[in-house]
Design a protein around this ligand. Structure first.
Ligand SMILES: Nc1ncnc2c1ncn2[C@@H]1O[C@H](COP(=O)(O)OP(=O)(O)OP(=O)(O)O)[C@@H](O)[C@H]1O
Ligand SMILES: [Mg+2]
Length: 259
């Protein structure tokens, strides 16, 4: 079964038009896409192509204007929104750490529901293992962590809710190659060990290739390619997807040269 079944989804945005009014911009246009259960799907595309919008729709931070989205066979709008967000975790690009320790952050959801708390060091430790952080991070002040460490605490915090799916918005964009590798490794482990479905937005084609079995390419709000990641990201069929991949590959080669 598909974890997510996205059918003909359209989302408009209203932006200032410059003359004091507003105009409509299509953020997503008739997007249909199935995300297979227990798989990792990368979503790539130029800036402004609708990637974050798509993630936000999957978690009902926003609603589609047209079309429907199903999760595990049930229309999203029929699910209680808090229950949905426990089952589908969102890890934002620069995740905020709550005041307190790493353990407080990891145990946040379960503690809120009265299930278990930050003093349960076995559970906290197991989640830190999963994301590749040393267990002695548990008492550290979360807001003092580095970007890569925060990303991993945010993934552990989402996993503490025992989700069926994780949505990750640019989880590696602000990280150096070493930290990015750790985060990608954590995502892969979560998918393999916990069977979690992951949808990962990434700017970096190499990261998308490294982590995903499936890929979707958005250009200008339209899904211009989707399929197995090795094919879709290496040899896409549509001209728009090919143009994007060529540009991204050139930019990647330059970044490697500069670094
Ligand atoms: N809250 C908002 N209000 C109005 N327009 C928005 C809003 N959020 C996004 N947009 C617009 O919707 C379009 C899609 O934005 P989105 O954030 O989904 O792109 P993206 O692919 O995630 O880009 P990036 O790679 O830069 O993060 C863009 O034209 C953007 O300017
Ligand atoms: Mg975005």
């Amino acid at each position: 079964m598909a974890a997510f079944d996205i059918r003909s989804v359209t989302k408009w945005r209203f932006v200032p038009s410059g003359d004091g009014g507003t105009r409509r911009v299509l953020a997503l246009s008739g997007v249909s896409l199935e995300v297979p259960e227990r798989s990792i799907m990368a979503v790539v595309g130029p800036s402004g192509s609708g990637k974050s919008t798509l993630l936000r729709l999957l978690n009902r931070l926003e609603e589609p204007d047209e079309g429907t989205i199903g999760f595990a066979g049930v229309p999203l709008r029929e699910l209680d929104v808090l229950e949905l967000r426990r089952r589908v975790g969102l890890v934002q690009q620069q995740p905020a750490m709550f005041a307190g320790s790493v353990a407080d952050n990891v145990a946040y959801g379960p503690a809120l529901r009265g299930e278990w708390s930050a003093t349960d060091l076995d559970r906290v430790g197991a989640l830190l293992d999963t994301v590749g952080l040393p267990r002695d991070f548990a008492p550290r002040e979360a807001q003092q962590l580095s970007g890569g460490e925060r990303q991993r605490v945010a993934i552990a915090r989402a996993l503490a809710n025992d989700p069926e799916a994780l949505l990750l918005d640019e989880p590696t964009s602000a990280l150096d190659p070493g930290a990015a590798r750790h985060v990608l490794e954590a995502i892969r482990r979560v998918s393999e060990v916990a069977g979690v479905t992951a949808v990962v937005v990434s700017h970096t084609l190499a990261h998308a290739r490294a982590v995903a079995q499936w890929a979707a390419i958005l250009v200008g709000g339209q899904l211009v390619e989707h399929g197995p990641a090795d094919q879709s990201l290496a040899a896409p069929q549509s001209p728009q997807a090919r143009a994007f991949i060529e540009q991204a590959a050139e930019a990647g080669a330059e970044a490697e040269h500069d670094g």
